[in-house]
Design a protein around this ligand. Structure first.
Ligand code: DER
Length: 219
């Protein structure tokens, strides 16, 4: 299973750097879950983790791993998380799991962002995966109209409320040629909390699961 191979590779990558007082930044999604499950056996080798979602926090606690509030930790040496798409610059689209805001915050506090993904996530151009945008509920329709002006087809992700009490709009038919510029442009739409472009702060290392094994890529 390619996802399991990259989770194992991420454990191998961080294990030598673990100390009793280390707090790790942990992502959200099925690949991050495999990493969390493998962390369990190392739980006595580090202090705990900061989670990018309540779901990941619960999974960590279930393994007896202490979960810390980010405000009491400050920075973390590593952030390990999956992605929906990742390009050659290690810019990503994230947010498939509706955790993009806390993911982006913890990533901002991490020295090294290790992205773990199977080969299906590797793309030349970002945007085939519908770009998630987290919005405050009262601004949803306004933001959707602004996204149409940018060329997107905005679709409200019905029935989903984020850990922050917000809603998600997914931008379909929205190929992105300049992720850095578009990330800044989307952040400028009032009512947008976070968008799923991780370009200003992309990954530092990509562990990519391929049929030939795990490739370790850097920007
Ligand atoms: O929501 C997210 O950003 C997740 O990290 C997602 O992008 C990856 O989820 P997966 O590992 O289940 O594909």
């Amino acid at each position: 299973q390619l996802k399991d191979a990259v989770a194992a590779a991420a454990i191998a990558e961080v294990r030598p750097q673990l100390h009793r007082d280390t707090v790790l930044g942990i992502g959200t999604g099925s690949t991050a879950n495999l990493f969390i499950d493998r962390l369990a056996e190392l739980r006595h080798d580090f202090a705990g983790a900061v989670a990018s979602s309540e779901a990941s926090a619960e999974r960590l606690r279930g393994h007896g791993i202490e979960v810390f509030e980010l405000n009491s930790v400050g920075t973390v040496p590593f952030y390990i998380d999956g992605a929906d798409e990742v390009n050659a610059h290690l810019h990503m689209i994230k947010g498939g799991g509706a955790a993009l805001t806390r993911e982006k915050v913890v990533a901002a506090c991490a020295e090294t962002f290790i992205c773990i993904a199977d080969a299906s996530k590797r793309v030349e151009r970002l945007g085939a995966f519908p770009l998630p945008v987290e919005v405050i509920p009262m601004a949803r329709s306004y933001v959707a109209r602004e996204l149409v002006k940018l060329g997107a087809d905005p679709v409200y992700r019905e029935g989903v409320v984020t850990d922050n009490g917000n809603q998600i709009i997914d931008c379909y038919d929205f190929m992105i040629d300049d992720p850095l510029a578009m990330e800044v442009r989307l952040n400028a739409i009032v009512g947008v909390v976070t968008n799923g472009l991780f370009a200003a702060r992309g990954a530092d290392v990509l562990l990519l699961g391929t049929a030939q094994g795990v490739e370790r890529l850097t920007p």
